[in-house]
Design a protein around this ligand. Structure first.
Ligand SMILES: Cc1ncc(COP(=O)(O)O)c(C=O)c1O
Length: 382
């Protein structure tokens, strides 16, 4: 079976793991944690990176650091992985769910602007209040879906106008660029994931970077139980969210191959875009790609009007040809814990998610594998 997206662990991962055991540095202090943070900071163009136990804990710590509290709202796209919403929920807040743009499957800055204009007022202390719920809007959090970066100039402008922190769920975006630059300084804070299905994995893991050095430092403090060294003093209710040296050992070995892995991801995207281009005549599309996208996942999109059952049927047919393929994120507003959250019209998201089929795109995929995927997909539709 050609897998959808599996880790590629053929570099120095084992060597560095052995070193963790030999040196007994297996916990959250160790040379690999420091080294991994430096590598992530450099790759994202940030002054500093804070390595975390996973992406979700990174988002929770980031939202806490910027002051997201009970009964507040954070603007996110409904089309995202549930962890984006869960981290907001963990702050006692609620997502304000919005539609995504067809161009990049990311939050649409024009929509965010018009929602803030029409549905919010500024209170005496400058807070932005969502009129229908009376709740304070605490932050805007776009998601770099598939490693696509939306119009961040527009988002920065909106955040500035409304005095709102800009945090990005960049879980899938390691290696992505915006206007030729890495993304680490585009927002106050951006959070990456190094889960097993990501371009770079630590087994599990995350990192927080940003252009607001004070906030990044606050995240570091919060993720380290807010401990005031050297004694058992703590000045905030913090979290034990630090990455371990074992995770970081794997991460360092992975980061050594970042450019190779991202090139492969982009090559796979180009390949599918090319070999499936004539399926457009049958209404079959491919994934949107922004300039500098890290192309985390690739695949096809069934014609408008298709439903989840159609996508699942294609996945079953591909499985019979030895190819693993899967549907993608089910929108947040359709998930039980979030179905009553405030939201905009989400008709595009509702149609889109049912039509997406993610195809094999591991960083060790071979030309032979790609050829097999091409033939199997084309056989289904032609
Ligand atoms: C968009 C998005 N946000 C958040 C996460 C959560 O990251 P983690 O699994 O590392 O907690 C993921 C991936 O798993 C993701 O794809």
């Amino acid at each position: 079976m050609i897998p959808m997206a599996i880790p590629n662990l053929t570099g120095n991962e084992k060597k560095y793991l052995d070193k963790c055991i030999e040196t007994t540095f297996v916990s959250s202090v160790g040379e690999y944690v420091n080294c991994f943070e430096e590598m992530v900071a450099e790759a994202t163009g940030s002054n500093e990176a804070v390595a975390t136990s996973c992406g979700t804990t990174g988002i929770h710590a980031a939202l806490t650091a910027i002051g997201v509290k009970y009964n507040e709202l954070v603007i996110i796209p409904s089309f995202t992985f549930i962890a984006t919403a869960n981290a907001i929920h963990q702050c006692g807040a609620e997502p304000w769910l919005m539609e995504v743009s067809e161009n990049d499957w990311c939050l649409d800055p024009n929509l965010v602007k018009s929602e803030l204009e029409t549905n919010c007022i500024k209170s005496g202390d400058g807070s932005v209040i969502h009129k229908p719920s009376g709740k304070r809007v605490a932050a805007i959090m776009p998601v770099y879906t598939l490693g696509n970066i939306p119009d961040m100039v527009a988002f920065r402008e909106i955040a500035k106008t409304y005095g709102l922190p800009l945090v990005v769920d960049a879980a899938c975006a390691i290696g992505a660029e915006y206007m030729g630059e890495p993304f680490g300084r585009l927002a106050d804070l951006s959070i990456l994931s190094f889960n097993g299905n990501k371009t770079i994995t630590c087994g599990g893991g995350g990192a927080v970077v940003g252009n607001n050095d004070e906030m990044v430092k606050h995240v570091r403090h919060l993720t380290t139980t807010a401990r005031v060294w050297p004694d058992y003093d703590f000045d905030e209710a913090g979290f034990n969210y630090r990455m371990t040296n074992i995770q970081a050992g794997v991460g360092v070995a992975q980061m050594e191959r970042l450019s190779e892995f991202v090139s492969t991801k982009r090559r796979v995207r180009d390949y599918y875009n090319n070999v499936f281009s004539d399926l457009a005549a049958k209404g079959i599309g491919v994934f949107p790609t922004t300039a500098g996208s890290s192309c985390w996942f690739s695949g096809i999109v069934l014609s408008e009007g298709s439903v989840l059952e159609d996508s699942k049927k294609v996945c079953v047919e591909l499985k019979e040809s030895g190819i693993e393929a899967r549907p993608f994120w089910k929108p947040i507003h359709l998930q039980k814990p979030y179905k009553n959250c405030p939201k905009t019209d989400t008709s595009y998201t509702e149609s889109l998610w049912q039509r997406i089929i993610t195809l094999p795109c591991s960083t060790n995929i071979t030309d032979e594998d790609l050829n097999q995927v091409k033939d199997a997909v084309r056989n289904i539709f032609l």
